[in-house]
Design a binder for this molecule. Structure first.
Ligand code: FES
Ligand SMILES: [Fe+2]
Length: 369
């Protein structure tokens, strides 16, 4: 039986130029399980938008690495994260975004938890009108919390609780976002792309490298390759483009930009002078993921409905162009030709290689434990 380390042999071969991850990393159940147990467990993973939880009682379920989770805004306005699992018979509690009121009520036997996860009612558990039972301690049957952190509009979780403090974890990315007045940042719309038929890493890698932009987005962007450079800075990977002359974001994208990712799944695009986009990427299996994108203005400016629609259309088209490529990358992994991965451009895909090394490191350290 192949171990994860043996799957990665071709990846670690001393070749010039370097190779990408082998096909197995994008399709094998075993590799996916290793990622679930390491990449998505020990790091800070983005799982939601705070703006989707506006009011107390708003609840959004999300499944991360096979773990059903629940994000809830509590009575004091904080967003909490829990395992979305009833402590009675372990039913998943909330199956669609909704406002639950003051209590999260299990549909099966009506156990009810407050918005801080405390078990408030276990009706008739000890018999008719007997809500207590011998040896049963309600305080030991609260919802199980998950370590979480809200950074601006983005909700992160760290399943095993072992990641460094979020600010330390995200320092390399935050250092590249200097000058943003976060009080002025406003979400002006979201795009829901639903399921994409590719491994989550293809979406990350596609964002991290600038090489494809001029070819794939020939009609939607105006950012010459020569003006791009890659960013490799710890767990912040991506690229940037500096243009002397800003062409604008109406119709096609021709502005100085920062394409930043925070390992493993957070993507933030900053488009000078006043726009930002964040992608919510939730892997759902070795060959599937779901994606949403939120659009933000960063200078408190007011856009007309037409301008917002224009931006949404532009970004919808850009994403669709990318998805077509990432789904074809996935299809390419069914061929024996892709077994040892492709080759990576030393000029434009060193950032992709750095991302892949973080994945490879996470999945193999798991094996050594
Ligand atoms: S499983 Fe939730 S109340 Fe029984
Ligand atoms: Fe792209």
């Amino acid at each position: 039986m192949n171990t994860i380390s043996s799957l990665l042999e071709s990846f670690y071969e001393e070749t010039t130029p370097k190779r990408g991850l082998p096909a197995a990393a994008y399709k094998d159940a075993k590799f996916w399980e290793a990622e679930c147990a390491s990449v998505f467990t020990r790091n800070w993973v983005c799982v939601g938008f705070a703006h989707e939880l506006q009011a107390a009682g708003d609840a959004v379920p999300v499944t991360l690495a096979g773990h059903p989770l629940l994000l809830v805004r509590n009575m004091t306005g904080e967003i909490r994260a829990f395992h979305n699992i009833c402590r009675h018979r372990c039913l998943t509690l909330v199956d669609a975004p909704k406002n639950v009121g003051k209590l999260i009520r299990c549909p099966y036997h009506a156990w009810a938890y407050d918005l801080d996860g405390k078990l408030r009612a276990a009706p008739h558990f000890g018999g008719v009108n007997e809500h207590q039972a011998e040896g049963f301690d309600a305080s030991q049957n609260s919802l199980v919390p998950v370590r979480s952190h809200v950074w601006n509009d983005w909700v992160f979780v760290n399943l095993d609780g072992s990641a460094p403090d979020f600010d330390a974890y995200s320092a390399s990315m935050q250092a590249r976002l200097e000058g943003i007045d976060w009080d002025k940042v406003d979400c002006i719309g979201t795009l829901d792309f639903g399921e994409i038929a590719c491994n989550w890493k293809f979406i990350m890698e596609n964002f991290i490298e600038p090489y494809h932009v001029q070819f794939v987005h020939a009609s939607t962007t105006d950012q010459p390759l020569a003006d791009h450079y890659t960013i490799v800075d710890g767990n912040c990977l991506g690229s940037a483009v500096d243009l002397d002359e800003e062409i604008g974001t109406s119709g096609s994208l021709g502005v100085s930009s920062r394409y930043l990712t925070l390992y493993p799944n957070f993507i933030l695009g900053r488009y000078f002078p006043d726009q930002m986009g964040v992608y919510l990427n939730i892997p759902t299996g070795p060959g599937t993921m779901v994606q949403k994108r939120a659009l933000y203005t960063t200078e408190g400016q007011t856009l007309t409905p037409d301008a917002i629609e224009g931006l949404k259309k532009l970004w919808w088209d850009v994403h669709k162009e990318d998805h077509e490529m990432t789904e074809r990358l996935q299809l390419g992994r069914s061929s024996t030709v892709s077994e040892a991965g492709g080759v990576l451009s030393p000029a434009w895909e060193d950032s992709v290689r750095a991302f892949q090394e973080l994945v490879a490191q996470d999945v193999t350290t798991l094996e050594k434990h």
